[in-house]
Ligand binder design. Structure first.
Ligand code: NA7
Length: 568
């Protein structure tokens, strides 16, 4: 893969004083698709990306064992038949390197790299009330002025390193799973400590254990994890997927994959033995499907408790030492209300003689020392420390920038009690700003690529509508936003989701308001479509005062309708 030099591409160099159609922040799945669609619409667009290449979270997360927990055939763009025809996944669950190659392939296939300014971090985005444009400033000291500002900054972009005393005294190597070095990390002969047992820790631990002299796992909360049963994809897998693709595409329009279905509240509670058989079959099949075994598994303790018992039983079968097995069994939250982990041999790793589990609930981590870590009970000598401690998720990247809307109001201030959006797509008081997979949308629930595609398709249609009627700005009405946020909270409160201290709620970050951020209700796509069909209910459009007639839009090209999703 060729890595761009970091110089702005030819197409990404606006003329002095030019007002662009749109700036797209972030070059992951959402940002790339937005660039493609907006350019096809006739807008002049520039992408800005902190990394030296495309990929978003898949660029940075390259720790051993990193893989997607969604099957690779599904974790793909759906909008381009050519792209699908030109790509072949090798494994049921793709590893990071293959996903990154796929994203690079998509960027090249559609000539998107020249639109992007790499190795450039957006520090601020300020709306100019008079000119009705956004000024997006970067750490390189440059400014881009654009009519629309599209935040495709991802939900898992800002790594979280907990503030544990003594960390700066530690003399060994310190790594974070979300900022992994590009060169191979050699654990051979090393005493390694891993802090954190979420998805990243659970994927990395078996691999690190294979070569480390000793691995000490510092676990604060045990997690539910299901076996991936990863394997190479066969010819038959590909053929079956292709044969069912059109139906799959259609199903996405109505699917609530990963969300709580409307039948959840009225569904019967299946008998324990029926549940057990189903879980056993899904356990053998592998992957996260247990989460969708029954419509009320995420809403009803009577169902979820059986699933928890089932998985705890599997942990006890896998782990030989009864105390270690006990410590690995989650007991403080229902199954699936923290992002479910999908692993390859995680629990079995604790049978290795070179692996020690430290239960921080029993012996809290007090501090790091120059030579290791000190709990309330023991000292551990370590050469390397790996933080698998997650992210300031969903809002972290948005709030890391100084975003200011009408009247100079800061997003940080507007969201001081937690994020507030309408549909997760826009924020009242921040005209022409779109947040792809923003808080208040399904975002990380379900398949995030499809969620990105849906948001981009929606906002592109909205921009087309504005162009047709020569409207200058769009933003949510405050009342619609309030209603939506109440609805998001209400839906979550009728599930078991709020019962875990998860990053969905923001509680992993000290001081972050405790708000359930993703939308877990059914029918989200239908709601968004209906709102658009009804004339964008809850959004306010203004003709504007500048009468600038679509700066950044090539009027001739712009009159043609944009390509339908699926076109190139
Ligand atoms: P997660 O899921 O947020 O996991 C972070 C882990 O780090 C979790 O086990 C935390 O324990 C632990 N943690 C965080 N702070 C501390 C401190 N101070 N001491 C000890 N342990 C700590 O992040 P991941 O990167 O694994 O996964 C994020 C998402 O990426 C994942 O859900 C997939 O969607 C992909 P806690 O549970 O808070 O007690």
């Amino acid at each position: 893969m060729s890595v761009p030099s970091g110089e702005i591409g030819h197409d990404a160099a606006p003329a002095q004083g030019e007002i662009l159609g749109a700036v797209v922040v972030g070059a992951g799945f959402g940002g790339l698709y937005a660039l493609h669609r907006l350019r096809a619409l006739g807008l002049s667009v520039v992408g800005i990306e902190a990394a030296p290449d495309v990929g978003g979270t898949w660029y940075w997360n390259r720790y051993p064992g990193v893989r997607c927990d969604v099957p690779s055939l599904l974790y793909s763009y759906t909008w381009s038949p050519e792209l699908r025809a030109g790509w072949r996944w090798s494994e049921r669950y793709a590893a990071q390197a293959e996903i990154l190659r796929y994203i690079g392939h998509a960027a090249d296939r559609f000539g998107l790299r020249p639109l992007i300014r790499f190795e450039t971090r957006v520090v601020g985005a300020i709306y100019d009330d008079n000119a009705e444009v956004w000024t997006v400033s970067t750490n390189r000291g440059d400014c881009f002025r654009a009519r629309f500002c599209i935040m495709a900054t991802g939900c898992l972009s800002i790594p979280n390193t907990p503030d544990i005393p003594g960390l700066s005294d530690f003399a060994g190597t310190i790594l974070h799973t979300a900022q992994w070095p590009h060169e191979p990390v050699d654990f051979a002969g090393k005493r390694v400590g891993v802090v954190g047992t979420g998805s990243s820790g659970i994927q990395a631990i078996p691999l690190i254990a294979e070569t480390a002299r000793h691995l000490t796992v510092f676990q604060r909360t045990p997690n539910f994890s299901l076996p991936s049963r990863n394997r190479p994809l066969t010819e038959q897998d590909h053929e079956q997927f292709e044969a069912g693709f059109e139906a799959y595409l259609e199903s996405l329009q109505h699917s609530d994959f990963g969300r709580v279905p409307p039948t959840a509240e009225t569904a019967p509670i299946p008998p324990r033995d029926v549940q057990w058989q189903r879980y056993e079959a899904l356990w053998q099949e592998g992957g996260g499907a247990i989460l969708y075994a029954f419509p009320n598994i995420l809403t009803h303790h009577g169902v979820n408790d059986v699933a928890c018992d089932f998985v705890r039983g599997k942990i006890r079968e896998a782990v030989h030492d009864p105390q270690t097995a006990d410590d690995l069994c989650p007991t403080d939250h229902p199954l699936g209300v923290k992002r479910i982990c999908v692993d390859s041999g995680y629990f079995e790793t604790f049978n290795r003689p070179n692996v020690t589990l430290v239960n921080l609930r029993r012996e809290p981590l007090e501090r790091f020392t120059p030579t290791g870590a000190q709990t309330s009970e023991r000292a551990f000598e370590l050469d390397m420390l790996v933080f698998a401690t997650g992210f300031d998720a969903v809002t972290g990247a948005l709030l890391a920038m100084d975003i200011r809307g009408r009247g100079g109001r800061a997003l940080k201030e507007a969201w001081s009690d937690g994020p507030r959006t309408y549909l997760g797509l826009g924020v009242a008081g921040f005209p022409n700003l779109f947040t792809i997979t923003g808080p208040g949308s399904p975002s990380v629930i379900g398949n995030v690529i499809h969620n990105c595609e849906h948001h981009v398709d929606w906002l592109v249609a909205c921009i087309e509508h504005m162009r047709r009627d020569d409207l200058q700005t769009v933003e949510p009405e405050a009342a619609a936003q309030d209603q939506w946020m109440d609805h998001v909270a209400d839906v979550a409160s009728r599930t078991l989701y709020p019962e875990a201290n998860s990053w969905y709620l923001g509680v992993n970050i000290p001081g972050k308001p405790k708000v359930f951020m993703p939308y877990v209700g059914a029918g989200y796509r239908h709601t968004c479509s209906q709102i658009a069909a009804d004339g964008y209910t809850g959004f306010r459009f203004e003709e504007g005062t500048t009468k600038s007639h679509w700066p950044g839009v090539q009027r001739d090209a712009g009159q043609a309708p944009g390509p339908a999703p699926g076109g190139s």
